[in-house]
Design a binder for this molecule. Structure first.
Ligand code: IPE
Ligand code: IPE
Ligand code: MG
Length: 257
């Protein structure tokens, strides 16, 4: 798996063009993560039920995936449902769990054609069978694709992810396969759901909320953040381009000078 990823990474690196979306100096971010927020408020503003906002939000996903592919982003991670979102009314949760099927039934042929690799990041427990089946079918059908990685964070929570990783590591220690002294950042990373993905370079959150809501707490340690008041259903390719242009102006120091 890791070997395959290294090869993929090397190929991708060559194919990244000098294209910039703005007259800026930095490269296009390789991994963009988005907290797609504000669907409910968008619907409320229009006097519509919350699910109307989710339906509209799905259309935006489509546009942004196309754009990400076009500008040769390597990985696009989309926060679609958090481990805390189960707290919502059942009708809303049921609707959200139907969205992956709706999205993929319309988009899978195009994703295959466009060489997109669909992935799922999150807990598989609790996901309804129909949701899991739809996503796993897409994962399976696109696993050989080596273009954009479209990583859906579905039933994802960073704390859950870390606890899971820690349990796996502890099990290895108990079994004598690993000693405590050799646990380091790399070991932990190998047990996260992003084990073969680079950390996000850019995090985007829509809807004016300035928080992470349990999203990729480890992986975002040195990412650039870009927040906008725009609600997700109103988010356009132009906003996406703005975020990237802003990213290209940032100086990333990683603690150095
Ligand atoms: C984001 O929109 C979608 C999910 C969290 C599933 P919200 O549904 O959170 O919209 P707001 O924040 O209530 O406006
Ligand atoms: C985060 O949004 C989760 C997703 C976008 C899927 P929320 O709307 O659930 O976050 P909070 O509750 O405002 O922090
Ligand atoms: Mg929200």
């Amino acid at each position: 798996m890791l070997e395959k990823f290294s090869k993929w990474k090397a190929n991708r690196a060559e194919s990244v063009p000098s294209y910039t979306m703005d007259a800026a100096t930095q490269a296009i971010p390789k991994h963009v993560a988005i907290i797609m927020d504000g669907n409910g408020r968008w619907a409320k503003q229009k006097g519509l039920p919350r699910i109307a906002g989710h339906r509209e939000g799905m259309k935006v996903v489509n546009k942004i995936v196309r754009k990400a592919n076009e500008v040769k982003i390597d990985v696009l991670t989309l926060y679609a449902f958090s481990t805390e979102n189960w707290k919502r009314p059942k009708t809303e949760v049921d609707y959200l769990m139907k969205l992956p099927e709706r999205f993929l039934s319309m988009e899978l042929p195009k994703l295959i054609e466009e060489n997109v690799q669909v992935r799922l990041m999150g807990s598989l427990e609790n996901l309804p069978d129909h949701t899991l089946r739809a996503v796993m079918t897409a994962v399976e059908a696109t696993k050989e694709n080596d273009g954009l990685i479209l990583n859906f964070a579905l039933n994802y929570g960073s704390r859950y992810e870390m606890i899971k990783a820690i349990k796996e590591i502890a099990t290895k220690v108990e079994a004598g396969l690993l000693n405590t002294e050799s646990i380091n950042e790399e070991v932990l990373e190998q047990h996260l759901m992003t084990s073969d993905l680079r950390d996000p370079d850019l995090l985007i959150r829509t809807s004016g909320e300035i928080r992470l809501s349990n999203f990729m707490l480890w992986q975002l340690a040195y990412s650039e953040f870009w927040f906008t008041d725009v609600l997700w259903p109103d988010f356009t390719e132009q906003h996406f381009a703005e975020a990237i242009a802003e990213y290209q102006k940032r100086a990333r120091r990683y603690g150095g000078v």
